[in-house]
Design a protein around this ligand. Structure first.
Ligand SMILES: Cc1ncc(COP(=O)(O)O)c(C=O)c1O
Length: 377
C-alpha cells in the first residue's frame, strides 16, 4: 500500500525561477536580465560582507546554535537586549517557527490580504484555521471587521506588515494600537522598514516596542536592505515569555555560518548599505513618476522597494509575459483581490530606464484587451 501524506492536497507555493534557469528558457544571458520580480536589492551586499564570505575558515564546523556573535551585533544595531533577539534562516523561518509554537490544530490565525503569501502558507502548514480579512481599496485595514472577527474566532496570532507587500503602505498608529489592544499575539513584519525611513534620521521600526508590549513580535530581515536574500538571514524581537519555547523548538543549526558572518559584516558596513537604500528611495520616486506616464498603468505610492500598479487595457499576465520576453521580470497578480496588477521592484537607474523603454514598446488597447492583437513593437 502506498503511504499517503497529510499534505497530499496542500496548495504548493510558487517560488521564483533562478537566473540560470530563466536565462536558458528565455535565451537571454543572465547578466542582461533585469530582475524586478522579488524585491531583492540589485546593489547587492556590502563589500565587507563579500570579503568576509571569501575568507571564511570555519565552514567545516557546525554554526553556533545560539548565534551569539550575530545576536550581539544585532543588539548593538537595534538597541534591544540580546535575550529578546532570535535569528532565523530568513524572516520566513521565523514565521513558521512562531506558528509552530503558538498554534494548536484548528486555532485561528488572522491576516489581511493582499499581503505576503507566507502567512497563509505557514498557517495552513501548521494546521491553523486561516481567517483572511481583505483590505479596503486603499489597502488600509477594515478595523471594524477585525474587531468583530477577533471576537468570533479568538485568533492566537495576527500578522501585520509594514510596509505591506505588495502595495507598500505603512500601518497607521491607530491601526497598530487597535490591533495590539486585542488579546492575541501580533507579529509585525518589517521586512521593508528600512525603505520607509526618510534618510539618516530616526528609524520607523517599532522593534523597540517589543520591550513594552507582552503581545508583540517584530520581524526584520537582511534580504532587502542588506542585499543578502540568497543567504537566508533574518531576525525577530520577541517578548521574554516566548523565548524559552522558541529556543526549544527551533532547529539547532538554523542560521548557517556564512549568513551569520555576512550579517555581522553588513551591520559593520551599514553606512555603505544605507547609502544604497537612499539611492533606492530616490529611484522609487523617479520610477513612480515614469510609471504615472504609462497610459495602461496606475501606480500606487509606496514606502517599500517596490511599486504596485493596476493594469488596464491588457491583462497583467500578458504584460508580464511581454516584459519577460524583453528580459525584464516583474510579478503579476490575477487574484480575486488583485485582478490585473503588477508589482515592480525598485532597482538601479539603469534598471528603471530599461523597464520604461520596454513598457513604452508594449501595445495596449483602451477598453478591451485582445490577446491576438497584442504584440511588442
Ligand atoms: C513582507 C515580507 N516578509 C518577509 C519576507 C521574507 O523575508 P526573508 O527573505 O528574510 O525570509 C518577504 C520577502 O519577500 C516579505 O515580502
Amino acid at each position: 500500500m502506498k503511504p499517503i501524506s497529510r499534505f497530499d492536497d496542500f496548495p504548493a507555493y510558487t517560488p521564483i525561477e533562478p537566473y540560470d534557469v530563466l536565462s536558458a528558457r528565455l535565451g537571454i544571458p543572465a547578466d542582461q536580465i533585469v530582475k524586478l520580480d522579488a524585491n531583492e536589492n540589485l546593489y547587492g551586499p556590502s563589500p565587507k560582507a563579500i570579503q568576509t564570505l571569501s575568507s571564511l575558515d570555519d565552514t567545516h564546523i557546525y554554526p553556533d546554535p545560539e548565534s551569539r556573535a550575530l545576536r550581539g551585533a544585532l543588539a548593538g544595531y537595534t538597541g534591544l537586549p540580546v535575550k529578546n533577539l532570535l535569528a532565523g534562516a530568513g524572516a520566513d523561518e521565523l514565521i513558521d517557527l512562531i506558528l509552530r509554537v503558538m498554534i494548536g490544530e484548528g486555532e485561528a490565525v488572522l491576516s489581511f490580504p493582499p499581503t505576503f503569501g507566507m502567512y497563509a502558507f505557514d498557517a495552513r502548514l501548521n494546521g491553523a484555521k486561516l481567517i483572511e480579512i481583505p483590505r479596503r481599496d486603499d489597502f488600509s485595514l477594515d478595523l471594524a471587521a477585525v474587531l468583530k472577527l477577533a471576537e468570533t474566532f479568538h485568533p492566537k496570532v495576527i500578522f501585520l506588515t509594514s510596509p505591506n507587500n505588495p502595495d507598500g503602505r505603512m500601518i497607521t498608529e491607530d491601526e497598530f494600537e487597535a490591533i495590539l489592544s486585542l488579546p492575541v499575539l501580533v507579529v509585525l513584519d518589517e521586512a521593508y522598514i528600512e525603505f520607509s525611513d526618510s534618510g539618516l534620521g530616526k528609524s520607523n521600526s517599532r522593534i523597540g516596542e517589543v520591550l513594552r508590549r507582552e503581545n508583540l513580535v517584530v520581524l526584520r530581515t537582511f534580504s532587502k536592505w542588506a542585499g543578502l536574500a540568497g543567504l537566508r538571514i533574518g531576525f525577530g524581537a520577541f517578548p521574554e515569555w516566548m523565548l524559552p519555547v522558541l529556543w526549544k523548538v527551533k532547529q539547532p543549526y538554523n542560521v548557517n555560518t556564512a549568513a551569520s558572518h555576512a550579517a555581522i559584516a553588513s551591520i559593520a558596513d551599514q553606512d555603505y548599505l544605507k547609502a544604497n537604500v537612499a539611492r533606492i528611495i530616490t529611484e522609487r520616486q523617479r520610477l513612480l513618476t515614469a510609471l504615472q506616464k504609462i497610459p495602461f498603468l496606475t501606480p500606487f505610492p509606496s514606502r517599500a522597494n517596490f511599486i504596485l500598479c493596476k493594469v488596464t487595457g491588457l491583462s497583467a499576465k500578458a504584460l508580464q509575459g511581454e516584459l519577460m520576453k524583453q528580459g525584464i521580470l516583474v510579478r503579476y497578480y490575477d487574484t480575486d483581490l488583485l485582478h490585473d496588477y503588477i508589482r515592480i521592484s525598485v532597482g538601479r537607474p539603469q534598471d528603471t530606464d530599461q523597464l520604461v523603454e520596454a513598457l513604452q514598446n508594449v501595445s495596449w488597447e483602451k477598453g478591451e484587451y485582445h490577446e491576438n492583437r497584442f504584440c511588442s513593437v
